[in-house]
Design a protein around this ligand. Structure first.
Ligand SMILES: O=C(O)[C@H]1O[C@H](OP(=O)(O)OP(=O)(O)OC[C@H]2O[C@@H](n3ccc(=O)[nH]c3=O)[C@H](O)[C@@H]2O)[C@H](O)[C@@H](O)[C@@H]1O
Length: 291
């Protein structure tokens, strides 16, 4: 038999079922059991016992006790469970997230990922989140989709902003991964001027941010900077063979100028930079069409 619900009485012995008031056209009345559902359950839980049966029993008992105060509103609260054996912490709000490492604040980086809703970006976001960092994604969703990172939305370490990198973006961060750019021929040729503007202005804005915040900066470049190469395989010393006015130039030359900017900021301003020239990639979340 489940324990009887808890009733709170006022000084006249009348049960209190709500707080706030509804008068003068202003309604601030909230049922008490809804409020209790939000604040009564312990938010932070330590779990050292991998014993599943014990955990399930303890959780069931907690549910019963919680339901005595909260009636039908028992599932409204977030919870954080720390597992000392793996050093991970699981956060639960209304949905449950994969466990991420619990890092000491000094090891936890504030990381900005531009283009983080895209194919490569979303896998990077997964990795950084699982490692326990704080990740902010900015993306204009031109080719990316919120669904690629929707499993992190609501997580306390995750933020997503709809923003076009051609406009400046101000944030305090320790690292910047700059991936925002249309990457497949139909996408980058859709608006060639915008593509090269994104590469140039976007990279300039992100390098400016890296300079101001002293953030480490990585840009995802491309094997296309080699153009139509005369050397196979291409080594980093090879400078490429690019047609500057051809239909692919907006992407190829855009990434080349982005690399030039990146090394310019390194030489002039001491920005800590990395360039990753990505060759053809595919996998889960990539589009099922040739690119
Ligand atoms: O292989 C490569 O060379 C490319 O790899 C990735 O591109 P990928 O993940 O394959 O492509 P998408 O899935 O289209 O991701 C690009 C992301 O940038 C975003 N984006 C695009 C254009 C723009 O102006 N702003 C912007 O935020 C898109 O919405 C998308 O989320 C990198 O994001 C590119 O910078 C890199 O050039």
């Amino acid at each position: 038999m489940s324990p009887s619900p808890i009733h709170t009485l006022d000084k006249n012995g009348v049960e209190i079922t709500s707080v706030g008031f509804n008068r003068f056209g202003f309604d601030s009345e909230v049922p008490l059991d809804v409020l209790r559902a939000l604040y009564l359950r312990p938010h932070y839980v330590m779990s050292s016992a991998p014993n599943k049966i014990k955990d399930i029993e303890a959780e069931a008992e907690e549910e019963v006790q919680h339901a005595r105060f909260t009636g039908e509103h028992s599932a409204y609260q977030s919870k954080s469970v720390y597992h000392p054996s793996t050093g991970c912490i699981s956060y639960t709000t209304l949905s449950r997230f994969p466990p991420v490492k619990l890092l000491a604040p000094s090891n936890r980086k504030r990381i900005l990922v531009t283009g983080g809703a895209g194919f490569v970006g979303s896998h990077l976001v997964d990795r950084l989140m699982l490692l326990g960092h704080e990740v902010t994604v900015i993306d204009n969703f031109f080719t990316g989709s919120k669904t690629t990172v929707s499993h992190w939305i609501g997580h306390p370490n995750f933020e997503m902003v709809r923003h076009d990198v051609v406009e400046p973006f101000m944030i305090e961060c320790d690292q910047i991964y700059h991936l925002a750019c249309p990457a497949s021929p139909p996408h980058y040729q859709f608006n060639a001027v915008k593509t090269i503007k994104t590469s140039f202005m976007g990279t300039l804005n992100m390098l400016g941010l890296a300079k101001r915040t002293k953030a480490r900066f990585l840009i995802s470049s491309t094997s296309e900077i080699y153009g139509d190469p005369e050397v196979h395989p291409q080594t980093e010393e090879y400078w490429g063979h690019v047609n500057p006015i051809g239909p692919r130039a907006c992407y190829d030359e855009g990434k080349r100028v982005a690399e030039t900017l990146t090394y310019g900021f390194q030489r002039q301003d001491g920005v800590d930079v990395r360039v990753a020239r990505i060759f053809n990639t595919y996998g889960p979340r990539s589009e099922l069409r040739p690119s």
